[in-house]
Design a protein around this ligand. Structure first.
Ligand SMILES: [Zn+2]
Length: 254
């Protein structure tokens, strides 16, 4: 059985109101791929209100209650992110197969199919609970993770690295250099969007490139963070290859 633990709940298949491309099928195809490769799945609990308020304003939290199915799924997604980080703290690599995504959720606003910022909540919770002092969030999604950046931009304990180039070789170098420059840190959180895939909107990374990114993350985690590393699903809309791309990132990180 592979070492990496996958945080997953069937509630992530809920068809809550959102953009049609951000569909439950995204979760189903990744789950199917990882199941067929023998991965162990673990079940998260919903995040608490206090966890969400580590990052978000009460006004935003309250306003999300207008759709209760989506609200509950977003709480579970944030809880899944927290659980994924906790597994990584034990030096076991982990992947949060969670939905909705989070990196476009800022403290007081959100957009882009995101409601609560999963990676920011998971990282901030580890910091306030003094489980880590420093973290790097590596965002490999096609889109700039504005929500994550808005939350951490004035902080020197969390570095957010976004990958900008649409040239795969340059983008892979940005991954490596970004992690090197962010060091030292105690854990790596990957905001794992797959929409920069060559057949997805971004037209950049191949399936092999996702494995290479995973390997860079593992090497960097081994060098700087006692191997502590985890990834959380963000975007990725090319359904036929979403499972294999997630598998390759996870295999690379292992
Ligand atoms: Zn995206």
């Amino acid at each position: 059985m592979p070492d990496t633990k996958i945080v997953y709940h069937k509630q992530f298949l809920t068809d809550y109101p959102t953009a049609s491309v951000e569909q439950p099928e995204r979760i189903r195809v990744i789950h199917q791929e990882l199941s067929s490769h023998g991965y162990e799945f673990v079940t998260p609990e919903p995040a608490l209100e206090a966890d969400i308020l580590l990052v978000h304003k009460p006004r935003l939290f309250e306003s999300e209650k207008r759709d209760i199915d989506r609200f509950n799924t977003a709480l579970l997604s944030a809880g899944g992110a927290i659980m994924t980080a906790e597994i990584a703290l034990e030096e076991t690599p982990a992947f949060g197969l969670i939905r909705p995504p989070g990196h476009h959720a800022s403290p007081d606003s959100n957009w882009g199919f995101c409601f609560f910022n999963n990676s920011a909540i998971a990282v901030e919770k580890m910091i306030v609970e003094k489980k880590i002092k420093r973290a790097v969030i590596l965002d490999i999604d096609l889109h700039f993770g504005d929500g994550t950046d808005n939350f951490f931009s004035n902080r020197d304990d969390v570095t957010v690295v976004n990958i900008q180039s649409d040239n795969a070789l340059i983008a892979l170098a940005e991954v490596k250099d970004g992690l090197e420059r962010a060091a030292p840190f105690d854990i790596i959180c990957v905001s794992a969007g797959f929409d920069k895939y060559i057949k997805d909107w971004g037209g950049t990374f191949t399936t092999d490139d996702y494995k290479t990114i995973g390997k860079i993350v593992k090497e960097s985690a081994d060098k700087f963070a006692n191997g502590r590393r985890f990834a959380l699903l963000e975007g990725g809309y090319y359904i036929p290859d979403l499972g294999i791309n997630a598998l390759n990132l996870i295999e690379g990180m292992e």
